[in-house]
Design a protein around this ligand. Structure first.
Ligand SMILES: [Zn+2]
Length: 397
């Protein structure tokens, strides 16, 4: 992925808009007026049953990096797919691939589908990109900039969590299909999110309608984990993720299921526009969320941190603890139906922040929080700091 989000992202044009939007926002937490499987769930009881193993996910990060650069069309990429196919077929997933040609690249999306016995209420897509970036163009050392990155956090971390979750999904008793979508060519040169774009373009209307949600994991292994509120994204999914994170002790100023004070990990008062795989299903109206840490290493202007897109993106920067925290968050979401039946809760316009609005702000301004949100237990309001850093159009050939 890269920085920036376009108000109107189209498949034909990549809008490279680097915008940092940091603002405190009103988040809807907890109190909901509708009832459904998620609302009726005793999440803290479920939290005690979580199985996700952060150490195993960490070992997968090392395995992926040891394979070598997972460049689209490469032998390493094929080796990755073969291993994942064997692994997930053995766990009773139906594994398939689909190839696409884009910008002289042969990219291969890999899908592992689990279906319940009997009827299915629809489909949940969990995704991560498995390709690693072909150039370390942000590296401080100029001679490194033509080298492919190791991709420990930016690629392997999300994949590692999907592979670990895959072990437990078949025994969760879910009533819907789950597709683990390992997408290709997210992060090659000046081309981004090609695999997810190709997948979204080829969905039928019926398929779009059957998808409960698209949950993307990207850069989720940083030892200094800070998950941000990524634009664009579905507000109900975001609000549920904050709920789940609170249960697990990942939200500052809250107490977790055991009564302990939460850590400052899920920082959804920080909004960041990101062009990532989730924008494609989002544009189709599929509820989508990008679970992502946008600060990898030291802060560095115009980037996602000093390790991002450099040779420093190595397994030692990733931790089993962080992978475990994100893995348990998603596992809790799966087991509590947090990622399905998303449309039943209607968010009020007051608690949404459209990127098109924010991106037009070039100076700080005070934004009064809507008082109607009081009934939704939202906190008040705030300052918007929208700093437009770079705007650059990249027209596709
Ligand atoms: Zn990247």
């Amino acid at each position: 992925m890269h920085r920036g989000v376009s108000p109107r992202f189209t498949g034909r044009t990549a809008l490279f808009t680097c915008i940092t939007i940091m603002l405190a926002t009103t988040m809807v937490q907890g109190t909901l007026t509708t009832t459904g499987p998620y609302q009726e769930m005793d999440r803290c009881a479920v939290a005690e049953t979580l199985q996700f193993d952060g150490q195993a996910a960490n070992a997968s990060v090392q395995w992926q990096v040891d394979l070598g650069p997972r460049l689209p069309g490469s032998e390493v990429s094929a080796n990755f797919r073969q291993a994942v196919t064997e692994n997930l077929t053995a766990l009773d997933y139906e594994v398939s691939t689909r190839e696409h040609q884009r910008y002289d690249m042969n990219l291969t999306n890999l899908f592992a589908k689990w279906s319940p016995n009997g009827t299915s209420s629809g489909l949940l897509v969990l995704s991560a990109h498995y390709d690693s970036r072909n150039i370390a163009d942000q590296d401080a050392n100029e001679s490194n900039r033509s080298q492919p990155v190791p991709g420990a956090n930016d690629a392997a971390s999300g994949v590692a969590i999907l592979l670990e979750l895959a072990k437990y999904i078949p025994s969760m008793g879910l009533d819907h299909d789950v597709i683990l979508f390992f997408n290709d060519a997210e992060d090659q040169d000046q081309q981004y999110t090609l695999g997810a774009e190709a997948w979204a373009e080829n969905l039928t209307e019926e398929e779009v309608d059957s998808i409960h949600a698209f949950v993307l994991l990207d850069m989720v292994g940083d030892a200094d984990l800070q998950l941000h509120n990524i634009l664009p994204g579905n507000d109900t999914l975001k609000s549920r993720v904050v709920d789940l994170a609170g249960d697990l002790g990942m939200v500052n100023g809250t107490v977790d299921c055991s009564g302990a004070a939460g850590e400052d990990i899920v920082q959804y008062d920080t909004l960041v526009g990101v062009l990532d795989d989730h924008v494609h299903p989002h544009e189709l109206g599929i509820p989508s969320i990008d679970i992502m840490d946008t600060s990898y290493g030291e802060p560095k202007p115009y980037t996602f941190g000093s390790y991002w897109h450099t040779m420093e993106d190595t397994p030692d920067k990733v931790s089993a603890e962080s992978l475990g925290a994100v893995g348990r968050l998603v596992e809790l979401g799966l087991r509590t139906s947090a990622f399905v039946d998303i449309t039943e809760e209607i968010d009020t316009p007051e608690n949404t922040t459209e990127p098109s609005e924010s991106s037009n702000n070039t100076k700080s301004e005070e934004v009064e929080g809507s008082k109607t949100l009081a009934t939704l237990a939202a906190v008040g309001l705030f300052s918007v700091l929208a700093l437009i850093l770079v705007v650059e159009w990249k027209g596709k050939p």
